[in-house]
Design a protein around this ligand. Structure first.
Ligand SMILES: Cc1ncc(COP(=O)(O)O)c(C=O)c1O
Length: 391
């Protein structure tokens, strides 16, 4: 049978990157003692208040069809939240609600790119970006993020990759997997470049509430001169420890949103009113869960640094935000992938091979900070012992 070319483009870009995660899950199911430090699943629970809010909404009959854009109350909550943080009015007709950031990214890239268009994205990058970009037939152009520059996307690195086919700069700040956060100056430079070359800026801000102490977040949306070319996507997955609710959105200009809406309607045929009610409630005040996670993850980032940095030549990259720490394992002579699979087999500690996040991280592994403290410390000790046995 004949299949559309999208199935071929995405053939290796789906679940394969999570092979180690699947293997670890299977080992745990078989009764082995596994410490999971792979995916960014918050280790704190969704708040009871939000769960009850969704349950009450369901009981009240909020289980009917919605519309393609989102429930009025949620659009209102989003408008208030973004108007407050961005410093100018962002109206309700600038939002479309989606089941998570992932779908919002997919729809936005379908609206902005087609076969042969080029999308610039920092390498390393979140594991699903390659698939998201390829879906429309666009070409992913990785822009190396250098460790010496704090893994930040820089003007020089971007300029060398711009061609007449470039359409979009895909930003992710705070960044997964490096925990880098773009400074105001770097953001300004990126916006100037986008303006000069008439490019879109698509900004994945799913970690915007996961900033460590003293770190400031800057969104490209807060630069009025870029308002026509900036699209922001986000969700409550991380900020409210609620990834299973699949509740996200896009924010863009009125014109962009008008063009995106039929795409969303075609894909989704509307949203879930009870999830919209719960999300509106979530966005109405600062997230206590985010505050709890920030504190925990920053503390664990320090602990892993103290335990492992310099041990057997390992180098720990200290994040400014998010849920992850990167470890450079080159001193062991192994690739990140061999290290991660062997570490899992020998010690039961599951970390992600850096290569799942782009070629720049071949010699690295990514550790999720989302494991409770005792298990976290045990895992650090096992990694130390294992690494010492390799040098
Ligand atoms: C950078 C980044 N973007 C998007 C997502 C997906 O978010 P959502 O659950 O809102 O679809 C993740 C999840 O880990 C992520 O790390």
């Amino acid at each position: 049978m004949r299949y559309a070319s999208i199935t071929q483009r995405l053939a290796d870009l789906g679940g394969e990157k999570w092979e180690l995660y699947s293997r670890a899950k299977q080992m745990a199911k078989d009764g082995q003692d596994i410490i999971h430090m792979t995916i960014g699943e918050p280790d704190v629970a969704t708040s009871v208040e939000l769960i009850e809010s969704a349950a009450q909404a369901m009981a009240k009959g909020r289980t009917k069809y919605s519309n393609g854009r989102g429930e009025p109350e949620l659009l209102n909550a989003l408008s208030q939240r973004y108007s407050n943080t961005v410093g100018r009015t962002i109206n309700e007709d600038q939002f479309v609600c989606f089941p998570g950031t992932q779908t919002a990214l997919f729809a936005a890239l379908m609206a902005l790119t087609e076969a042969g268009d080029e999308v610039l994205v920092g390498d390393p990058m979140y594991a699903t970006y390659a698939g998201l970009i390829s879906a429309s037939g666009a070409v992913m152009v990785p822009v190396p993020l250098e460790q010496e520059k704090g893994f930040e996307l820089t003007e020089d690195n971007i300029i060398s990759k711009i061609t007449p086919r470039t359409r979009v700069i895909l930003l992710n700040s705070p960044h997964n997997p490096t925990g880098a956060v773009l400074s105001h100056q770097r953001m300004q430079e990126i916006i100037d470049l986008a303006e000069k070359h008439d490019l879109w800026i698509l900004s994945d801000e799913v970690y915007d509430e996961m900033l460590f102490d003293g770190v400031k977040f800057i969104s490209p949306l807060s630069f009025p001169k870029a308002e026509e070319r900036v699209v922001v996507v986000s969700s409550i997955s991380k900020s409210h420890a609620a990834p299973g609710f699949r509740s996200g959105w896009s924010v863009g200009s009125v014109e962009f949103t008008k063009r995106l809406l039929p795409l969303a309607e075609t894909m989704l045929f509307g949203n879930q009113p009870f999830i919209a009610d719960m999300t509106a409630k979530a966005l109405s005040k600062p997230s206590k869960v985010a505050a709890e996670m920030r504190k925990k993850y920053e503390d664990r980032a320090h602990r892993i640094y103290t335990c492992l940095n310099g041990i057997a030549g390992l180098h720990i990259n200290q994040p400014k935000a998010g849920m992850f720490v990167l470890i450079d394992v080159s001193s062991t002579g192994m690739s990140g992938e061999s290290f991660a699979f062997d570490l899992l087999e020998k010690t039961g500690v599951a970390v992600m091979p850096g290569s799942s996040f782009g070629s720049e991280l071949d010699k690295w592994v990514r550790v999720a900070l989302t494991v409770e403290d005792d298990a976290f410390d045990t895992a650090c000790q096992r990694i130390a012992k294992y690494s010492l046995s390799k040098v």
